[in-house]
Design a binder for this molecule. Structure first.
Ligand SMILES: N[C@@H](CCC(=O)N[C@@H](CS)C(=O)NCC(=O)O)C(=O)O
Length: 207
C-alpha cells in the first residue's frame, strides 16, 4: 500500500492511522506548493488532484479521508480504530464527518484558499474571517463532545481522532490558535502517542 501525502496536509491523519495500524506501507510526497497535484504523473493516479490518496496492494486507488479511514479500520479490525458498538460507531462518523466536511472544508479552506470562495482579492480578508468563525464555532462543539473522554469514541483512539488531530495541528501547531481545553488536552494526548511522534518526524513537523 502506498500513501500519497503532503507534509502537514490533511493526509497527516491517514499517515497517523497507517502508523497506528503498524503494517508496512510506502509513502510518496506530493509537492502541493509546486502544483505537483495537477501534473499528469499524479492526475493519472488521482484526477481529483488531492491528498490523501492511497494506492492499495491490488493497484486500486482510494480517495477521500473518511473513505480511506473507514477502509483502513475495517481491514485492520485488530487496530480497534472503529468501535463495534453501533451507537459509538455512529458518533465516530458524526465527529469525523464534521471535522472533514465543516471544520476543514468550510473553515480552514476559507482561511487557506480564500480565492476559491471569492475571485475578488478585496474579499480575501472577509472570507478568511468567516472561515475562522466557522472553525472556532465548530471546534467549540467538538470540545463539548470530548468532555469527560480521552478520545472521540471514548477511551480508545478511533478514525475520528486522526481527523481531529490534523485540524488541531493546523490550528495550534501552524496558526498558533488557542484550542479549547478538551481539544488542547486531546491534541497533547495525540502528540504523545508513539505513532504520531513517528509521523511528525517523518513529515518534518516535529518541534
Ligand atoms: N475531501 C477531501 C479533501 C482533501 C483535500 O482537500 N486535500 C488537500 C490537502 S489538505 C489537497 O490535496 N489540496 C490540493 C489542491 O486542492 O490543490 C478528503 O476528504 O480527502
Amino acid at each position: 500500500m502506498k500513501l500519497y501525502y503532503a507534509p502537514g496536509a490533511c493526509s497527516l491523519g491517514i499517515h497517523v492511522l497507517l502508523e497506528e495500524i503498524g503494517k508496512p506501507y510506502e509513502t510518496a510526497t506530493v509537492k502541493l506548493m509546486e502544483g505537483a497535484q495537477y501534473k499528469p504523473e499524479f492526475t493519472a493516479i488521482n484526477p481529483k488532484s488531492k491528498v490523501p490518496t492511497v494506492v492499495r496492494d491490488d493497484g486500486s486507488v482510494l480517495t477521500e479521508f473518511p473513505a480511506i479511514a473507514y477502509w483502513l479500520a475495517r481491514t485492520n479490525p485488530q487496530s480497534g480504530l472503529l468501535p463495534d458498538d453501533p451507537d459509538t460507531q455512529a458518533r465516530v462518523f458524526e465527529a469525523m464527518d464534521y471535522v472533514v466536511a465543516t471544520l476543514h472544508m468550510q473553515g480552514f479552506a476559507r482561511m487557506f484558499r480564500p480565492e476559491n470562495f471569492s475571485p475578488k482579492p478585496e474579499d480575501a480578508e472577509a472570507v478568511k474571517a468567516r472561515g475562522r468563525e466557522i472553525f472556532e464555532k465548530g471546534l467549540a462543539l467538538v470540545d463539548k463532545a470530548l468532555a469527560g473522554k480521552e478520545y472521540l469514541g471514548g477511551a480508545s483512539l478511533s478514525i475520528a481522532d486522526a481527523a481531529l488531530f490534523y485540524v488541531e495541528f493546523w490550528a495550534a501547531g501552524r496558526m498558533k490558535m488557542t484550542l479549547p481545553p478538551n481539544c488542547a488536552a486531546h491534541y497533547q494526548r495525540m502528540l504523545a502517542r508513539p505513532a504520531v511522534r513517528k509521523v511528525m518526524q517523518a513529515e518534518g513537523l516535529a518541534a
